[in-house]
Design a protein around this ligand. Structure first.
Ligand SMILES: *Cc1c(COP(=O)(O)O)cnc(C)c1O
Length: 835
């Protein structure tokens, strides 16, 4: 019998979306086993816990996927304005724990694992840190994307997918040894490759001019050596709100025609070599913190990030709006994390003019209304300059555009200050000299509508100093956005016991509104609460000691004052000043000056840039002093010193929870903000610090009585330079004199003659930029106040509670709220609920 064919929708290769996955314990357990057996192809004979971790991570990732998809649908449907955070660094650390916390699935996951006979903690330690950053700047980017997702702001992070992240640090005979960090060796379950979104980035070649049919002049950039940029997306979940934003990281890859051309010429090996050189671009993170890199490959990295990201965004725009860019600036905003991606200013001009036919004025109008620049440093050695010669060779078309931007800008300067040639030379994007250089910070300022520093003091110093001329020309561009940290990772996740005590006391709203922590302040007067607070801190100190047992190889008394300085090793951060104090304490012990002593455990940690000789020598000094102190029975319980190797995000999660005293002792006027200071404060440590960076605001929030202040102010530092005489300071201070004598006598390098000479010289030099000797006495006095305060455990705990209670300002939720209010102006987009 003939029958009607079934009614069918038009055939398509697309699959419909999957219905939501369950969060029930039993379903989670089943998925973990399915991923272990099916996705990963492992069985019960596999011993390595890594694959159990991966199976759990994939199970969690599945739950992120549907929220991710829905969030992206919502952004598309609402056609909302979006912001893009461009950064050469994202120091993400581990993802699993944070994803569990933000999804709110810790409990059922722990239940599921328990039923499978596995402890969550052991799996978590199998994840390698994503160390795609050096320090504070990269970690800030990571905290920012967390807050953007939590605030449901349509913000996407763009970065590079380095094959090798920040090097791993070993200590051998007291010296730093660097080991490559091949973090992708076992794969990365958190990334999704999107080859369909690959873009082409050009290098080299030259430019040609041609006339259109309508006689308009155009430029072609030809004979280029192209590289492909392939995006890898990483989900960024908000805190229990259904939003999952995207961090898109570019990997460089060879184009196919490269291979073909050379293959046809019979040079198969040569074609593979070319492929390699293309892929080198995203091979390795440059390990220099707060100093220039200056290498051609670094400029290639910067351009790859800028060009690929802008092309990606413009492609999305054209797919929706065609070639109509009239509302582009109302719908898009780019935040440049330092000058590293600032070539984006010229690249956006190029794309709009050369690829999309916009005239200069329209392209400039769009560019200068969409770019915003964040400065991160006042150190002149960190200000990026690229030689014009290198630029011309690598990016000839981009250089032409920079010259044109400069010509038009200098005309504006000349019309504002007629005849002021000095000023024109000072403000030019091109620095003259033996070799012409492009000043990237100036390019960023000229091309942006907003320029911000990262703490009040830093923003003020920028306006008065480094960028003074620009501030005079465009005062409205300048603003401050004091840094923060995400309270999810840096309190809720890394300090579960303290988080539980806080939540039991004031409820859990603090997790998304950190100003709520202020409600803890009255409890500082409650003896029961203080006792519980003290017990949590004590348990966290034990956890820190247990975690670091193998590395420490020494007995530490958890009741000692844990005095901690962890951060990149840099002279301006003055780890050396801390060491001088440790030597002073050792000297006091040896002289028998130990009445009313406070037992102290001084912990250091941090990586030195591999080429930074002085920083590496300071690590050696710390380790040698530690050997002498820890090996001396007279010091026994009174003083311990340790260097914790391979400082990184996952280490800081343990360290910040277990610290009593936070060392923030930079030369005033040199630390832009600091964020380590905020992590310690939030976890109940007290700060000993100078009036530098965000320390000033920390002290303002917590009150002068709960902060150990010392040292010259930024203004005093600058005034002191002219007549700085460390020789006289050392002569005039018996304590410092004795410390210097121990160093000069080679007491800490008895079988290694001369190795600390350069360090001794730096302290004694009238040109010591960090004025270490100038602050010694004041520092020692502040340390005495801290030691005395610690002897009153009740009083100390009170101050500890008040520090956490006053840390509300330092949430990146507040910081991002300000970026959005003043710069991005995005509407939050609620995510559709999944259930
Ligand atoms: C927070 C953090 C930093 C920044 O520390 P500062 O003390 O502000 O320099 C650097 N590295 C890691 C791993 C961090 O977590």
């Amino acid at each position: 019998m003939p029958h009607k064919p079934l009614a069918r929708s038009k055939p398509t290769s697309r699959l419909p979306d999957l219905p939501p996955l369950s969060f029930k314990k039993a379903d989670l357990a089943l998925d973990i086993r399915r991923h272990f057996n099916c996705t990963l192809g492992r069985n019960k004979f596999h011993k390595s816990a890594y694959y159990s971790y991966a199976a759990l991570a994939l199970t969690v990732r599945d739950r992120l996927m549907e929220r991710w998809k829905n969030t992206q649908y919502a952004y598309k449907d609402t056609d909302c304005k979006q912001a893009y955070y461009l950064s050469l660094e994202f120091l993400m650390g581990r993802t699993l724990g944070n994803a569990l916390l933000n999804l709110g699935v810790e409990e059922p996951v722990e239940g599921a694992l328990h039923d499978l006979g596995i402890a969550l903690e052991e799996l978590i330690d199998n994840e390698v840190d994503a160390g795609l950053g050096n320090g504070g700047l990269g970690r800030l980017a990571a905290c920012f994307v967390d807050s953007c997702a939590t605030l449901q702001l349509p913000v996407m992070g763009y970065g590079l997918r380095y094959e090798y992240g920040m090097f791993r640090q070993h200590i051998e005979n007291g010296y730093q040894i660097e080991e490559p960090d091949h973090w992708l060796r076992n794969g990365n379950v958190w990334e999704i490759e999107r080859p369909e979104l690959t873009v082409r980035v050009r290098f080299g070649g030259h430019t040609e001019y041609y006339e259109d049919h309508d006689r308009s002049r155009h430029v072609r950039w030809v004979d280029t050596r192209d590289v492909l940029a392939v995006p890898y997306d990483i989900p960024v979940p908000g805190y229990r709100n259904g939003t999952v934003n995207t961090l898109r990281l570019w990997k460089a890859a060879a184009t196919d025609e490269f291979d073909l051309n050379e293959f046809n010429a019979g040079d198969y090996a040569g074609s593979v070599a070319a492929k390699n050189s293309a892929e080198h671009i995203s091979m390795v993170l440059y390990p220099n913190d707060a100093s220039e890199n200056g290498k051609e490959l670094r400029l290639r990295q910067q351009y790859l990030l800028a060009s690929a990201s802008l092309q990606d965004i413009i492609r999305k725009w054209v797919a929706r709006h065609g070639e109509d860019f009239s509302t582009f600036a109302e719908k898009n905003c780019f935040q440049l994390n330092d000058t590293h991606p600032s070539i984006a200013v010229a690249e956006l001009m190029r794309l709009l003019m050369d690829e999309h036919d916009l005239p200069w004025d329209e392209a400039w109008n769009i560019t200068s209304r969409t770019m915003a620049y964040t400065n991160h440093t006042l150190l002149p050695e960190a200000l990026e300059r690229w030689s014009v010669r290198l630029f011309r060779q690598l990016l000839p078309r981009v250089l032409e555009i920079i010259f044109e931007i400069n010509a038009r800008f200098l005309a504006e300067v000349a019309s504002r200050w007629p005849g002021d040639l000095d000023r024109i030379a000072r403000m030019s994007l091109i620095e003259e000299g033996d070799e012409q250089q492009v000043r990237m910070a100036y390019l960023a300022i000229v091309g942006s509508f907003s320029v911000n520093g990262v703490a009040e003091l830093h923003s003020n110093l920028l306006q008065q100093g480094l960028f003074r001329d620009f501030h005079e020309l465009w005062p409205h561009k300048f603003n401050n956005k004091t840094n923060g940290i995400t309270p999810r990772r840096w309190l809720a996740w890394c300090n579960p016991d303290l988080a539980a005590l806080i939540t039991a006391t004031i409820g859990d709203r603090w997790i998304t509104d950190l100003s709520e922590l202020g409600k803890l302040a009255p409890y500082a007067d409650d003896p029961d609460f203080r006792e519980r607070w003290r017990q949590v801190k004590r348990a966290n100190k034990e956890r820190l000691v247990a975690h670091k047992k193998a590395e420490l190889a020494l007995e530490v008394d958890p009741d000692a004052l844990f005095d901690v300085q962890v951060k990149r090793i840099h002279e301006y951060k003055r780890q050396l000043l801390n060491v001088l104090h440790v030597i002073h304490l050792y000297d006091r012990i040896k002289r028998g000056d130990t009445a009313n002593w406070t037992n102290r455990c001084v912990l250091f940690g941090g990586k030195a840039a591999p080429g930074y000789v002085m920083a590496k020598r300071i690590i050696k000094l710390i380790n040698n002093v530690a050997t002498v102190v820890n090996g001396d029975p007279a010091c026994d319980k009174l003083l311990k010193v340790a260097f914790l190797p391979n400082y990184r995000v996952s280490a800081m999660e343990i360290i910040s929870a277990g610290a009593d005293l936070s060392e923030q002792i930079s030369t005033a006027g040199k630390e832009a903000s600091g964020t380590g200071n905020m992590k310690f404060m939030m976890n109940g440590a007290l700060t000993i610090g100078t009036l530098d960076g965000a320390n000033i605001e920390i002290r303002q929030e917590v009150g002068a009585d709960n902060f150990f202040l010392f040292g010259l102010t930024a203004e005093e530092v600058e005034a002191a330079r002219a007549h700085y005489d460390p020789g006289a300071i050392i002569e005039g201070n018996e304590d410092l004199k004795r410390v210097m004598h121990l160093l000069e006598a080679g007491h800490f390098n008895q079988f290694e003659p001369g190795i600390f000479d350069a360090i001794v010289q730096s302290v004694k030099s009238p040109w010591d930029p960090w004025l270490t000797a100038a602050d010694f006495q004041s520092y020692v006095q502040a340390q005495r106040r801290a030691a005395e305060a610690y002897r009153d455990q009740d009083g100390w705990t009170r101050m500890s509670i008040l520090n956490t209670a006053a840390s509300g300002k330092f949430s990146t939720d507040r910081t991002i709220g300000e970026y959005n209010r003043d710069i991005w102006k995005l509407e939050p987009v609620p995510a559709p609920s999944v259930e």
